[in-house]
Design a protein around this ligand. Structure first.
Ligand code: GLN
Length: 197
């Protein structure tokens, strides 16, 4: 499986480790490629859109022509996991002129707006499809304030969606790549398959 991490900016190495971990559990080694230029995404089976700074990621993927390739990847039904800034970039509306959202996840978001304290917090979050709660790390997380009819909410905190699935895209307001737990990567990339014992 070829896994592309959009690597123009953000926490790339952590996603690479998490997807390798998840894929190995299925007996299917992941070959991770860092995507900084056009021409790589078409060869990828799955994509990761990391956390970081959404205004920068949005500008750079557009500048490099990677944005259209990500849209085509999703249009052909291939999986994406988008976390935090990645969720903002994949959203329908980010309410910020500096972000040109890809419209791949039918949600609207408020940047840096989630949580009582606007910075960082951690929570044990039950997630649809996981047996035990996930230890979720939130860092200046986006608030999902509107969810389209075709979007499945996978997890909430204080009644607010923090993980969603829209077709082949799973998006989280938190950072599953920052804990040593590959279950969200697993959920995104191997939705139908049993872990090899
Ligand atoms: N606040 C960042 C943004 O709006 C996202 C934060 C993150 O990815 N941890 O881009």
């Amino acid at each position: 499986m070829q896994a592309g991490v959009i690597a123009v900016q953000g926490d790339v190495a952590e996603h690479a480790a998490a997807v390798e971990h998840a894929a190995a559990a299925h007996g299917e080694p992941a070959e991770v490629v860092e995507v900084r230029d056009a021409g790589i995404v078409p060869d990828c089976d799955v994509l990761l859109m990391p956390g970081g700074e959404s205004t920068t990621i949005s500008r750079l993927i557009r500048q490099e022509g990677i944005d259209e390739e990500i849209r085509e990847h999703v249009a052909s039904g291939k999986p994406v996991l988008a976390t935090c800034a990645g969720l903002i970039v994949c959203s329908r509306d980010a309410k910020d002129d500096r972000v040109d959202p890809l419209g791949l996840v039918d949600v609207s978001v408020d940047r840096n707006a989630f949580g009582r304290q606007k910075d960082s917090f951690e929570a044990k979050v039950p997630v649809t499809g996981l047996d035990d709660p996930f230890h979720a790390v939130f860092i200046r997380a986006p608030l999902i304030d509107e969810v389209g009819a075709g979007v499945e909410v996978l997890a909430t905190v204080d009644d607010r969606p923090v993980a969603v699935r829209d077709g082949p895209v799973v998006a989280t307001a938190f950072h599953p790549e920052l804990t040593d737990d590959p279950r969200i990567h697993d959920l995104a990339f191997f939705p139908e398959r049993e872990v090899v014992a």
